[in-house]
Design a protein. Structure first.
Lengths: 119, 109
């Protein structure tokens, strides 16, 4: 089974530009989540999409937006880039199944990340 | 506002020893996650804990959740060098997810 893929892997942009990052989940996974990791702020949750609907959302300004397509692929867009947007952006896809004890089991898989540098 | 506090932030262990990483969160949480990250790499999901009293084990790692105390623990048994990494916990609550600062674990021979 192919893993989670993210494109591009590396990106250099200048302040004020916009950027779109893409995430292709594992086949059959309907949930995609996005995260930002920086040395200063650590790991932060951006949003989660499930079946094309935003299900959860972190505390980020409106410049950060996302969407999910009918094939579960997701894109994240950042407009009017700032220097502080330089980060590793991670996406993860997940599936939920019934465990042996009857409870819900969630399994999450991460992509390799996109490193964005804003100059 | 959901806050997640993880400790210790740095942990140096001898191989073969046991230790516990603690993760406290401030408000009601729907799910508690544990992740591992190797230097320069992406995250690896270790455990997702969904209910009070949940305990999950994988190899030398065992995670538990006490929703009443708002506390999750990651217990390391008989540490080996391959466990050296940074471990993060994260709590999902009211639609938002917050991460702990991470515990950088070094296992020495």
């Amino acid at each position: 089974k192919a893993g989670v893929t993210q494109t591009p892997r590396y990106l250099i942009k200048t302040r004020g530009q916009q950027v779109t990052l893409s995430c292709s989940p594992i086949s059959g996974h309907r949930s995609v989540s996005w995260y930002q990791q920086t040395p200063g702020q650590g790991l932060q949750f951006l949003f989660e999409y499930f079946s094309e609907t935003q299900r959860n959302k972190g505390n980020f300004p409106g410049r950060f937006s996302g969407r999910q397509f009918s094939n579960s692929r997701s894109e994240m867009n950042v407009s009017t880039l700032e220097l502080g947007d330089s980060a590793l952006y991670l996406c993860a896809s997940s599936s939920q199944t019934l465990g042996t004890s009857g409870g819900v089991q969630e399994t999450q898989y991460f992509g390799p990340g996109t490193r964005l540098l804003v100059l | 506002e959901l806050k997640v506090e993880q400790n210790p932030l740095f942990l140096s262990m001898q191989e073969g020893k046991n230790y516990t990483i603690y993760c406290n969160y401030s408000t009601t949480s729907d799910r508690l996650y544990w992740y591992r990250q190797d230097p320069g790499k992406s995250l690896e999901s270790l455990f997702v804990l969904l209910s009070n009293g949940a305990v999950k084990q994988e190899g030398r790692l065992m995670a538990s959740l006490d929703t009443k105390a708002r506390l999750s623990t990651l217990h390391i048994t008989a540490a080996v060098h391959d466990l050296s990494a940074t471990y993060f916990c994260a709590a999902l609550g009211r639609g938002d997810m917050r991460f702990g600062a991470g515990t950088r674990l070094t296992v020495k021979p």
